[in-house]
Design a protein around this ligand. Structure first.
Ligand SMILES: Nc1ncnc2c1ncn2[C@@H]1O[C@H](COP(=O)(O)OP(=O)(O)OP(=O)(O)O)[C@@H](O)[C@H]1O
Length: 589
């Protein structure tokens, strides 16, 4: 419990906690109005059963005389009128209350989801290397929703328990034995239910989360590789994996939903048994049956208000127990995210790019992936001069992409430095990243227009179109775009299915060039293209040589033939293999 309160404290801001408190107060007020509406039936029922009660009950007699009623029927009509007013008022309040509850729940759910999304987006690239996107989608989508379902149930549980306590006190005054008998039965049942199912519900809640992440994962994987799946005829495999996750998830949901409603029939049976047992015992002990007429209202309250209340309490308890793992997961996620130091979170706040005057100097750089055991790069030294074209070659797994990612600032060195002239790139990461463009092998395309794919979220500037066309021209994409009916507003389809490989790469080049960076990093940018297309795309890149610093990772010699320098990368060194002037050196130092 202490841990739970600590988690609530951590997850919610002060303002949210204050709102939570006021909402709780409002819920309690509404629940008491509900209670009033039930008790308002009592005078009407009592007068109907026994009109003499008017004279015996002070407040009824006072009302009868004050408003000058002539007979019991007029008075009954008056009591009926009061009941109508109470019910209308109560239901207006209940309706407003529901609105407030859902407003609180969903606005805060949105806030938390947005906070988590923001935190995940700001995490350094290596965080994403060790967290699957399905996991993150599950955290933002399912966990947050489950958690707020739990929060709403906590609110409602508190209100319901309070009502039961007040109702219990009221009933005790009316009839001690009936109330104590019924309440005892109910409390024993609730305690038994909580004890029996607490761990079980928490476990299936945890499994439910796991399988819902599995569903997202297999949906993503099934639709992500559709071409290969079709060609290999593996639709059945993906369908089976999806079915298996869904089946497991559905089984957990089924148990959970059942346990939410299961207490109801049991409670009803228990309640009626308790009620009747007490009545039978009283009758057998010689209590006159007329006694029960006067206490009929007690039965009415017990049946109409207390029983549904107990049902709801059992229901809220199972919702809370089931959703507790999501609460803990959100707490754990937020804690983990917080651990990453501010400077590592890739805050894109720099307005000006960090200029490159002379050289990029990689100095004694070593790197180990947080998830890996061995160093991928050790004591690497190399220098890249301004406006030079440099190639990284080497066997597969030698660390070329890792080195490029370090220069791009996507990964942070384990030790050593990367300096831009005399400035440490990681001290001014966002400024440095404003000055680099990156063109990978697979350009990630949004299901949007060519324009938006090139802009890729770049904020609107007055000269957007001029800048855009400049990048398009440099990427040699102008002719193609002009040949399209919708030009820049042509939709590319999901993952660019309506474009050729060469066109996709050129969109990637235009995207990288849009901000006119001084440095371009191409990681196998043309490897997936056929020779002719590669030559055409390289032509676009080669027009930039001499005006930009270009780092190319490639396997084909044709791609790097015009580079000023070729570094052969292996785990322990970056060796100059070739200089354009044909000078051969042994080391990059
Ligand atoms: N996210 C990761 N976690 C752990 N190890 C990784 C990760 N990414 C890459 N590695 C390891 O780092 C080493 C270097 O990988 P890298 O991708 O940099 O090689 P590469 O030279 O670019 O290879 P290729 O030419 O095949 O693309 C490999 O041994 C690889 O297994």
């Amino acid at each position: 419990m202490k841990g739970f309160i600590g988690q609530v404290n951590y997850i919610f801001s002060k303002e949210q906690k204050i709102r939570f408190f006021f909402l709780l107060v409002a819920i309690v007020i509404t629940t008491f109005l509900e209670l009033l509406s039930v008790t308002a039936v009592m005078p009407l029922v009592n007068v109907m059963m026994d009109p003499q009660i008017i004279m015996r009950t002070d407040y009824l007699w006072w009302a009868y005389c004050t408003f000058g009623f002539q007979n019991t029927n007029q008075f009954l009509a008056f009591l009926g009128g009061i009941l109508i007013v109470v019910y209308i008022l109560k239901n207006i309040c209940v309706s407003v209350m529901y609105q407030l509850q859902y407003k609180f729940t969903f606005s805060n759910q949105k806030k938390l989801a947005s906070k988590m999304m923001g935190c995940y987006m700001k995490q350094p690239y290596y965080f994403h290397l060790s967290h699957s996107s399905a996991e993150l989608i599950r955290s933002i989508n399912t966990d947050v929703a489950m958690m707020f379902q739990g929060v709403l149930s906590i609110l409602q549980l508190i209100a319901e328990v309070l009502v039961c306590i007040v109702l219990g006190v009221f009933l005790i005054v009316k009839d001690k034995s009936i109330t104590i008998g019924v309440c005892l039965f109910m409390i024993i049942f609730l305690v038994f239910f909580a004890k029996k199912f607490k761990r079980y519900l928490a476990r299936i809640g945890e499994e439910d989360r796991m399988y819902s992440a599995g569903i997202v994962k297999w949906l993503q994987q099934s639709f992500g590789g559709m071409k290969e799946t079709k060609i290999l005829g593996r639709e059945g495999f993906f369908l089976n994996r999806f079915n298996s996750e869904y089946q497991n998830w559905a089984e957990r949901e089924q148990i959970y939903r059942y346990l939410q409603v299961a207490p109801r029939p049991i409670m009803e049976a228990v309640c009626i048994t308790a009620l009747m047992t007490v009545v039978i015992v009283k009758l057998l002990n010689g209590t006159n049956s007329s006694y029960f007429i006067t206490t009929i209202s007690v039965f009415a309250i017990a049946a109409f208000r207390l029983l549904p209340s107990f049902n709801r309490i059992a229901n809220y308890m199972s919702v809370i127990m089931f959703n507790m793992p999501a609460f803990e997961a959100v707490y754990g996620d937020l804690k983990e995210i917080e651990k990453v130091k501010e400077h590592e979170t890739g805050k894109n706040t720099a307005l000006e790019a960090l200029p490159l005057q002379n050289e990029i100097k990689v100095d004694d750089l070593s790197f180990k992936y947080p998830t890996g055991t061995d160093y991928v790069l050790e004591h690497i030294n190399l220098t890249i001069g301004k406006k030079q074209s440099v190639a990284f070659i080497g066997p597969s797994g030698a660390g070329k992409t890792t080195l490029a990612d370090l220069i791009l600032g996507a990964l942070t060195p384990t030790s050593g430095t990367i300096r831009i002239d005399e400035t440490d790139a990681f001290r001014h990461l966002s400024a440095w990243q404003r000055n680099v463009g990156y063109i990978p092998q697979n350009i990630y395309l949004l299901d949007d227009t060519i324009r938006n794919n090139i802009l890729y979220g770049a904020v609107g500037e007055a000269d957007n179109d001029a800048k855009l066309w400049k990048a398009i021209e440099k990427a040699q994409l102008k002719e193609f775009i002009e040949s399209l009916g919708d030009g820049l507003d042509t939709e590319v389809g999901e993952s660019g299915v309506r474009l050729s490989g060469g066109q996709r790469q050129r969109i990637g080049i235009a995207r990288a060039l849009y901000n006119d960076p001084e440095v371009l990093v191409l990681d196998e940018a043309t490897s997936a293209l056929d020779n002719d297309t590669e030559a055409a795309v390289m032509e676009a890149i080669e027009t930039l040589t001499g005006s930009k610093t270009i780092i190319i990772i490639a396997h084909r010699l044709s791609t790097i033939k015009n580079c000023d320098m070729v570094y052969e990368i292996n785990h322990k060194e970056a060796k100059i293999q070739h200089l354009r002037s044909n000078e051969h050196e042994s080391d990059g130092d």
